[in-house]
Design a binder for this molecule. Structure first.
Ligand code: CA
Length: 723
């Protein structure tokens, strides 16, 4: 652990500023050839093998466990009777202090996981021994394009290769045995702020991958690449091009016939691409040979800025089905027409057979619990809306009509006044995977309540890096009153909900002590596994919600857990790490006892007697490093510019979660020259803090420093209640 302590200390000392790019962390080690192994084949996976994955639960072959993405394992050796005997089998240090969101793949005797900056690890699933590491060596400056930390949710495996989407927009195929690059393809215009955080999916010789970036202004799409060569096979755009002309893409026909008419001819979308990124859910429907994928929010968020014509803006916030061979449109269902709140429909899509037909006959459905707070059940063959109900308190709509269209509350579009809304942009459910138990017909939703006051942005949207048309500075006081932090914390709630999708109601729920939630694993042992941000990894009775076991994994535990069996022994694995969107942005929401920011792979088995090492982090010197300066007007400019340019990484009210430096205690805040060198001249760009000279004047940069020092002195004097 000595290395890790050094890494964290170096990170703190570097005191990087506003961009989310930096980490001060050490890159992964160079791949080293390992001792020979007895396995004959590595990732010898084809479509039939993944289609059969539910019947071979000893392995975990694709991100969601099976093509249906139910995250339900039929393994039963760990069950409700013996789960309390689970102990640590092994841990592996991912050498990162950034967010970890990876679901482990286990195939042909090897575990493949990813970590921050898209690093891929091949491990022995029984011992945790490192077989190889592949680091795509990403330029740290691209981190500023990552809305929600430089995370990665995992790999796909197929025909001897490992596929990873890299944060800078590459899609790469690695040799499953050695980690050597077989091919590498750039899937985005790298001059634009695209990122890839999601796991690729593979079927019938094609790799499916999307991207992110709708907070900063991009045009979304899903692509299919040849699994052997990396050549583009087809692409489906989710928004029109600015001229509403053909792209020579699979989406051309449906835009000409249907989708173009849902967009006006003016507005920021014509320059910013309109958003609609496909950054997470991509499901292969092997019964119909289709890909069903979730589409993200609009860019900018605020529809009045994006497209004043106020049309539905297809295919934002939609679930779309296309032919897997050609990418041709088959059906869509739009969850949030005229999206204006960052209500992505990218969340987990699960395919299942529910007893919805006559006399208990089953109907094939697609289910999603997207950010907007409604649980949707739609026909997987046709996209027809079957049912939908709110799974958390919702105040932007009174319900769904018979076609599944939300009945909006008028004030929710924040046209004339700010509207305090739940869910907010972090959603009633985010990337943390939900699961479904087909024996109990229950879905397990990592649900959250994180309200947000939406306020029209009074300035031109392109003056900021985050390009939303929503004013992040609105309502934030220069001098936070006593109790504000506690009041903000009290609005945040998180829970695990067992949802009956037939009755559309909760069967049971478990309240959490933190809003930001963890991914879910369901097993035929009658168990539901879920981690939490505070490091609690727990198993619940799938039928009742009774907590049967828990373990402190000593870091954030938000990833989707996995399970597998080797030589008759069942294992449960979770990747841990303390980062991602909420954690970066919401330092104010965290208790002072946050777990260390240490990324690990932690694997459990019955009777495991390993342990998880405690890491002592260096104390932060919580004293201001300079005298306060600047009049009230300057401080107000600093607050506004901080909130627009710095807040999403360094935290509202200048309270950092600790993933990136807390600027209040930074030496840079006390040194005008060093500050300008970092903020305006890009002196720290190699560790991810890029220049903001395109966004800020020298006076505004200095006003931010004044605001930061002012907040430092307020906190040092005990105001605001901040940690
Ligand atoms: Ca978004």
């Amino acid at each position: 652990m000595r290395k890790l302590k050094t890494i964290i200390a170096a990170s703190a000392a570097a005191a990087l500023l506003a961009a989310c790019g930096g980490g001060g962390e050490q890159a992964a080690t160079t791949p080293e050839p390992e001792a020979e192994t007895s396995a004959a084949a590595f990732a010898a996976v084809d479509t039939a093998r993944i289609s059969n994955a539910a019947e071979t639960p000893e392995e975990w072959l694709t991100y969601g466990g099976t093509y249906d993405e139910q995250r339900h394992s039929r393994l039963t050796k760990i069950d409700t009777d013996n789960v309390d005997q689970l102990g640590v089998a092994w841990t592996y240090d991912l050498a990162t202090t950034r967010g970890v969101e990876s679901t482990p793949i286990v195939v042909d005797g090897v575990m493949y996981v990813t970590s921050a900056w898209s690093v891929v690890y091949a491990l022995d699933p029984v011992t945790g021994e490192e077989l190889w590491v592949y680091d795509p060596d990403v330029d740290r400056a691209v981190g500023v394009n990552a809305c929600c930390d430089v995370v990665n949710r995992g790999v796909a495996v197929y025909d001897g290769k490992i596929y990873v989407g890299v944060i800078d927009g590459r899609l790469e195929a690695l040799d499953a045995e050695t980690g050597d690059v077989v091919w590498s393809t750039i899937t985005v215009d790298q001059s634009k702020p695209y990122t890839i955080t999601g796991a690729p999916r593979v079927a019938n010789g094609k790799v499916f991958i999307g991207n992110g970036g709708a907070e900063l202004g991009v045009r979304g799409y899903l692509s299919a690449y040849d699994a052997d060569t990396g050549k583009l096979v087809w692409r489906f755009y989710t928004t029109p091009n600015p001229n509403k002309t053909a792209d020579n893409a699979a989406s051309d026909a449906v835009f000409a016939s249907v989708a173009n008419d849902t967009w006006g001819d003016e507005g920021a979308w014509t320059e910013d691409g309109g958003g609609g990124t496909v950054w997470d859910a991509i499901v292969y429907d092997d019964r119909n040979d289709r890909v069903i994928f979730g589409v993200g929010n609009g860019s900018p968020w605020n529809q009045r800025v994006r497209d004043p014509s106020a049309g539905d803006n297809l295919f934002l916030s939609s679930i779309v089905a296309v032919d897997a061979d050609t990418g041709e449109y088959v059906w869509h269902f739009q969850t949030t027409p005229g999206e204006t709140w960052d209500y992505t429909a990218t969340q987990t899509i699960i395919l299942a057979d529910l007893p919805l037909g006559e006399d208990g006959a089953t109907r094939r459905v697609a289910m999603q619990a997207p950010k907007n707070g409604f649980y949707y059940v739609i026909d997987a063959d046709t996209g027809e809306f079957i049912s939908g109900e709110a799974f958390v308190p919702v105040n932007w709509a009174t319900g769904l009509d018979e076609n599944g269209r939300p009945m909006e509350v008028e004030e929710a579009r924040y046209a004339d006044a700010p509207y305090l809304q739940t869910p907010g942009p972090l959603g009633a459910h985010n990337w943390q995977p939900m699961a479904f138990n087909p024996d109990l017909n229950l879905a397990y939703i990592p649900a959250q309540e994180i309200p947000q006051a939406y306020t029209d942005d009074p300035l031109t949207p392109d003056s900021v890096r985050w390009n939303t048309g929503v004013d992040f500075a609105a309502g934030l006081p220069l001098d936070p009153p006593e109790g504000l932090i506690e009041a903000l914390r009290a609005t945040l709630k998180g829970r695990l909900i067992a949802w009956d999708p037939v009755a559309q109601e909760a069967r049971w729920s478990v309240e959490h002590n933190n809003a930001w939630n963890g991914g879910v694993l369901s097993t035929a042992g009658g168990l539901v596994f879920q981690g939490r941000l505070d490091g609690t990894f727990a198993a619940y009775d799938a039928a009742t919600g009774e907590r049967l076991w828990s373990y402190d994994v000593k870091s954030g535990a938000a990833s989707g857990p996995g399970t597998f069996e080797i030589d008759g022994e069942q294992y449960v694995t979770i990747t841990t790490g303390f980062g991602s969107a909420f954690t970066l942005a919401a330092g104010y929401a965290l208790e002072e006892t946050v777990p260390p920011m240490v990324g690990r792979v932690v694997t459990f088995k019955l009777g495991g007697n390993g342990f998880i090492e405690t890491v002592d982090l260096p104390e932060i010197d919580r004293t201001p490093k300079g005298e306060p300066f600047g009049d009230e007007e300057t401080l107000q400019v600093g607050l506004v510019q901080y909130s627009r340019n710095c807040m999403v990484c360094h935290g509202p009210l200048v309270i950092s979660s600790g993933v990136l430096p807390d600027l209040r205690w930074s030496d840079y805040a006390g040194n005008a020259e060093a500050w300008a060198g970092a903020v305006m001249d890009g002196n720290l760009s190699s560790i991810g803090m890029v220049s903001f000279s395109d966004q800020l004047t020298n006076e505004e940069s200095e006003a931010i420093r004044a605001y930061v020092l002012d907040q430092a002195h307020l906190a040092a004097d005990g105001a605001g209640g901040s940690p």
